[in-house]
Design a protein around this ligand. Structure first.
Ligand code: NI
Length: 148
């Protein structure tokens, strides 16, 4: 078990665009393992590599049906819309209502470089969108709708 420090709001790394993963090596596997431990310890349902200061395009989610690792994820389909309260391990204690698609389909790779397709609806769609946003330096605060 190895946990990493989660960068907090204001850290410039959270605003950067991450780079594509080209090497599916032991270092990637180790970092994914550490991210899993870090996410579970923090009781989050998702974590993206830039949140631990690694500016590479990968993230993990677990919305209750097991861990999913997504390397170089791209949203290829979106459907519907949802408005729900959202938070982030990098912005502790802050929750905002965001606008997200109700369903998404994501193309990605696993830790070995194999192509995978992940579909999500509701919370899972939101988690996928939230974590993929992190890879482009976008925080949920940027997606928050103005509340009356
Ligand atoms: Ni987040």
């Amino acid at each position: 078990m190895a946990t990493r420090n989660i960068l907090k709001y204001g850290d410039p790394a959270l605003k950067k665009i991450s780079r594509t993963v080209l090497n599916f090596d032991e270092r990637l596997a180790q970092t994914l393992d550490d991210m899993r431990d870090t996410m579970y310890e923090a009781e989050g349902c998702g974590l993206a590599a830039p949140q631990i200061g690694v500016l590479r395009r990968y993230c993990i989610i677990d919305v209750g049906d097991g861990i999913i690792e997504l390397v170089n994820p791209v949203i290829i389909e979106k459907e519907g819309v949802q408005y729900e309260s959202e938070g982030c391990l990098s912005v502790p204690g802050n929750y905002k209502t965001t606008k997200r698609p109700m369903k998404v389909k994501v193309r990605a790779q696993d830790r070995h470089g194999n192509k995978i397709i992940v579909e999500g609806e509701g919370l899972k769609a939101r988690a996928l969108c939230h974590e993929i946003d992190h890879l482009d330096g976008i925080l949920f605060l940027d997606r928050a709708i103005k509340e009356q």
